[in-house]
Design a protein around this ligand. Structure first.
Ligand code: NFS
Length: 653
């Protein structure tokens, strides 16, 4: 038991780890013990991009290196430790941007198909957002139909992926000063695919071998994700599936139902999940489930697909990244339906210990040993039904012990940046003014975006929870996405009542007045683009400087693991945000590269990286940064003076 508690702070996870051990089933936590991380690779000191290597160039431990020794510490081609670390880092950025970008492209394709009437079942749900996008992109509205407008919008945005020159259209959303800075530094991305390809080319053997230059073009590639691929995905998903509004749901393995056909949809792209949400309500499908002896169909999400359907349908979440195998360990999961990203190959092995069917549905992501039933968007309803039928057919195959942890928490999610606007200002005067005012008067000290994954090399959920509690205790409003949001939701911090329990007095007062939790769930990881938009809205509202880098704000991914997280971190930094990562950092093997990321970038971008595995210390760094920005804005004194007299309370209300 003591061992298990080191692995996770989540009681549902601990209970399932014990069951997995009893059932003789190996899960990710076991593999993390038996497979040690390579310390040289972890620090960025291993180059495997050509067949003369892999070359390992670790810093000698415990002795001072002479200049001569350092000079000789290179790969066979002569690449220095700096080049190797920077090249590895830039490649991670390219991979993350490719993952988000390809998600965005798929959404764009579907959006166009829906506009042409070639994807029955999908339609324009948010007309207002469509029209706003059309205005922004210069698409004629007139008396044209929504589908005609959507077709133009979709085609303009699809062209962003293959664009060869100029700059991405959505860069214009950023504060003017930021746009000018990107142009001046030569990092305004041209086309999404172009930046990814160029980064892959430059990091090929024998091309760009200047670490500063490599990190710089890494920024351009990352910006093509944040203000490109991810932002396009978020925008078009909102138009097609609806812009999220606050919705109540539940989270953790306890949302599974032992009497029903349990189906988990896991991955990232919402197209199939949206359809499953619809067809799982279909009386014909429910009858079919009953004919197999089940009480009905229970659909839940996992990882970012979960966030997508939670935000828009209030569908429950079974868990975050490190819980994917544990849902199978319950013995009550009929099918895990996956699409792309963050799907551990280990689920197939774990499923062999139980009756669960692993169903891959995307042509881009097949797994040996899984059943592949491709989801056809053009015939979405029938296609989703056939996938669901396969899950239902598996219900009678349950065998062995069924144990669903009786652990779940309530949460309120669905805080798109439009919703935050509306909630704060009200329908007739929607604006970020109240947020800015409360930051200026010091009730809210600043804003922190805490995002990212779980990582089996550190206690599951612990760093997320510790960091966020510390931030809100210090009156920092926390906005979240991804698996980090799920960690906080599981711990009960995403309900309005959490403000009184955990937030500092200023933040609690604002949350109670508006009726929001102190920790706001903004969606999936691609929805980090919503954080960029929220930050921009704060700048444009006025009173907090004229660039994102002026805001009393910070970002963090305390349990990151995926390459996408590095891309997100880099576009936060290049957008002017101080960003702290935990667990480990892939350049610590090169002092020069780390110094460049942790120090010099601030002079260039106004934002920089930091690495701090201790979540309390990391929170302290973020608060220190927020206070530094408050001081620069001249609003540091306001915080000291905050006393809540009746007039101020009335003004708040
Ligand atoms: Ni983000 Fe979402 Fe989770 Fe990490 Fe994976 S699910 S896109 S990468 S693990 S937060």
């Amino acid at each position: 038991m003591a061992e298990e508690t080191k692995k996770s702070i989540d009681p549902a996870t601990i209970q399932m780890l014990e069951k997995a051990a009893r059932d003789g089933c190996r899960v990710v936590f076991d593999r993390a013990e038996s497979t040690k991380a390579c310390p040289i690779g972890a620090e960025g000191n291993c180059c495997s991009i050509c067949a003369m290597g892999p070359c390992r160039v670790p810093v000698p431990k415990g002795r001072e290196e002479t200049p001569e020794q350092k000079k000789n510490r290179t790969g066979v081609c002569g690449a220095t430790a700096e080049t190797i670390a920077a090249r590895n880092f830039a490649r991670k950025i390219a991979a993350g941007a490719a993952a988000h970008g390809d998600h965005g492209r798929k959404v764009t394709d579907m959006f166009i198909a829906a506009a042409k009437g070639e994807a029955p079942g999908y339609e324009i749900k948010d007309e207002q957002k469509l029209l706003q996008l059309a205005l922004e992109l210069g698409v004629t509205i007139g008396d044209r139909s929504n589908n005609e407008i959507a077709l133009d919008v979709g085609e303009i945005l699809r062209a962003e992926f293959g664009k060869q020159e100029g700059e991405l259209l959505m860069l214009k959303r950023a504060p003017l000063k930021r746009q000018e800075l990107w142009r001046k530094l030569g990092i305004a991305p041209r086309g999404i695919d172009r930046e990814i390809v160029e980064t892959m080319h430059r990091t090929h053997m024998g091309v760009d071998q200047d670490y500063q230059d490599l990190l710089h073009i890494g920024s351009r590639c990352a910006l093509a994700d944040g203000w490109g691929g991810s932002m396009i995905a978020t925008e078009l998903q909102d138009v097609m599936f609806g812009t999220p509004t606050p919705t109540h749901s539940q989270i953790n393995l306890g949302v599974m139902d032992k009497d029903a056909v349990n189906v988990i949809i896991h991955g990232h792209e919402p197209a199939l999940a949206e359809m499953l949400a619809v067809v799982s309500q279909d009386p014909e499908m429910i009858e079919y489930a009953k004919s197999k002896g089940a009480s009905g169909i229970n659909l839940a999400g996992m990882c970012c697909t979960a966030n997508e359907v939670l935000m828009r349908h209030g569908l429950p979440i079974a868990g975050n990244f490190l819980q994917q195998e544990l849902a199978i360990v319950t013995g009550a999961l009929e099918a895990m339906i996956v699409d792309v990203q963050c799907i551990m190959q280990g689920i197939v092995d774990v499923a062999q210990c139980y009756h669960t069917k692993i169903i891959t549905t995307d042509a881009r992501a097949k797994i040996q040993g899984a059943t592949h039933i491709e989801f056809i968007e053009h015939d979405a309803i029938e296609s989703a039904k056939s996938i669901l039928r396969a899950a239902i057919d598996n219900f009678p195959n349950r065998s062995g012990e069924v144990l669903i942890p009786d652990v779940k928490a309530d949460l309120i999610a669905g805080f798109s940046h439009e919703t935050i606007n509306y909630l704060l200002g009200g329908m007739y005067r929607a604006s970020y003014r109240p947020l800015n005012d409360n930051i200026i008067n010091g009730r809210i000290r600043g804003v922190a975006g805490v995002v990212g994954c779980n990582n089996a090399r550190t206690t599951h959920d612990d760093a997320h929870l510790t960091m966020v509690k510390e931030l809100i205790k210090n009156d920092v409003l926390v906005i979240q996405t991804g698996c980090s949001a799920m960690a906080l939701a599981k711990a009960g911090l995403m309900v309005p009542e959490a403000a009184a329990l955990y937030a500092g007095p200023g933040l609690a007062e604002v949350c109670e007045t508006v009726g929001i939790p102190p920790v706001l769930h903004l969606g999936a990881c691609i929805d980090n683009s919503r954080i960029l938009m929220a930050a921009t809205a704060m700048v444009k509202e006025g009173g907090l400087g004229d660039d994102i880098s002026d805001l009393p704000a910070a970002g963090a991914a305390p349990e990151w693991m995926s390459e996408k997280a590095i891309t997100i971190g880099q576009y936060f930094v290049a957008s002017g945000v101080f960003t702290v990562f935990g667990v480990n950092f892939p350049t610590t093997g090169s002092k020069e590269v780390s110094d460049f990321l942790f120090k010099d970038m601030e002079d260039m971008y106004g934002g920089k990286w930091a690495f701090e595995p201790d979540p309390l210390e990391a929170a302290r760094l973020m608060i220190e940064h927020i206070d530094k920005k408050r001081k620069a804005l001249g609003i540091d004194k306001a915080r000291e003076r905050v006393l809540y007299d009746m007039a101020m309370r009335r003004e708040l209300e």
